[in-house]
Design a protein around this ligand. Structure first.
Ligand code: HMG
Ligand code: MG
Length: 298
């Protein structure tokens, strides 16, 4: 059941940096993404067209998208929460966007100032117009393995939401364990519920490592046949509207595990390490990835 080929969707420049309080220059963000573009990813999420008052670090996303050196083999998606975000995407000739929602009413309001029902309505409209512009749409569902405000979120509600997003025209749904509460058996139960509504090939896993469970949850997800994983170089990341959430699972740690399991992934670990060292030097912090630390020490 474990897939033979794994796709890694890099979220470092977006999820990884969105919560950083220090000013990271446009030039350094571009250099960072250009280093990532050398690593053989299929997708690098480079920013968000969200309100700069809500997420200040993402406010130069248009300039980033415009000035990075794009590889024809890589998609460079950005997050879009509303029509204003979509208009920015269209204006900047963006080819891939991500919409985001959740089955948690409270998280939805905290993250986008909008309840679940209204968000679904907005997303429907965003998708309709994005498709007219030949923009491909990915979707995120947050808090799938628990919400910092509401606790356990029904897998049925998450599955229904995933079904809605695929039916409306998203090509993939990424299931976000936003605060990293999940454990392997729960991860399996969640995937099993969602796979009753959409194909497993359309599920991606987006696992934050707050409780140190992300690699174990990826192992469980692999056993369920999931072949796409969102990871963040060096383990950067967090969500500004999910108190306590730390970084996504580190790209380096996932690549190391996959190699050890004999599962193919074309992303180049050595080149990822270069990008990781570059960005952590700017952040003036030690890399969170255990594999990166071990390889740096040796
Ligand atoms: P709002 O305050 O209700 O927006 O925020 P509004 O429509 O009332 O507009 C207020 C102001 O924001 C106006 O400006 C708008 O122009 C501006 P003013 O006239 O006052 O100067 N505005 C915008 N500016 C730029 N781009 C836009 C935009 N929209 C309005 N798109 C809004 C509503 C959705 C905008 C806000 O709540 C928001 O930006 N939220 C985004 C929050 C966010 O980015 N969260 C992190 C990403 S999700 C995540 O990390 C989870 C994930 O990783 C998966 C997981 O881990 O679970 C994906
Ligand atoms: Mg996230």
């Amino acid at each position: 059941m474990t897939p033979k080929n794994i796709k890694i969707y890099e979220v470092g420049p977006r999820d990884g940096l969105q919560n950083e309080k220090i000013n990271i220059s446009l030039e350094n963000k571009i250099k960072f993404i250009n280093l990532l573009s050398l690593c053989n990813y299929s997708d690098i999420e480079v920013g968000s067209f969200v309100s700069p008052r809500w997420v200040p670090q993402m406010q130069n996303s248009d300039l980033i998208y415009k000035n990075i050196t794009k590889s024809k083999k890589i998609n460079y998606p950005l997050l879009v929460p509303n029509m204003e975000g979509l208009n920015n995407a269209v204006k900047n000739k963006v080819k891939n966007i991500c919409v985001f929602t959740t089955a948690s009413e409270t998280f939805s309001k905290k993250n986008t100032n909008c309840g679940v029902k209204e968000t679904k309505k907005n997303i429907k409209e965003i998708i309709k117009i994005a498709i007219k512009h030949n923009i491909k749409i990915r979707a995120y569902i947050s808090c799938v393995l628990g919400c910092p405000y509401e606790g356990k979120i029904s897998y049925k509600k998450t599955s229904d939401l995933a079904n809605f997003l695929i039916e409306e025209g998203c090509y993939e749904v990424s299931l976000g364990d936003t605060v990293g509460y999940g454990t392997p058996n729960e991860t399996k139960k969640l995937i099993s519920a969602v796979a009753k509504k959409i194909k497993v090939s359309k599920i991606a896993m987006h696992l934050h490592d707050t409780y140190g469970q992300a690699l174990a949850n990826i192992y469980a997800s692999l056993q369920m046949g999931v072949s796409t994983y969102d990871t963040s170089v060096g383990g950067l990341g967090g969500c500004p509207y999910a108190k306590g959430a730390t970084g996504n699972v580190a790209t380096e740690d996932v690549l190391y595990m996959l190699k050890g399991m004999g599962v193919y992934c074309e992303v180049d670990l050595k080149k990822v390490l270069k990008a990781s060292r570059f960005i952590y030097k700017i952040l003036k912090r030690n890399i969170s990835s255990k594999v990166a630390l071990a390889l740096t020490a040796n």
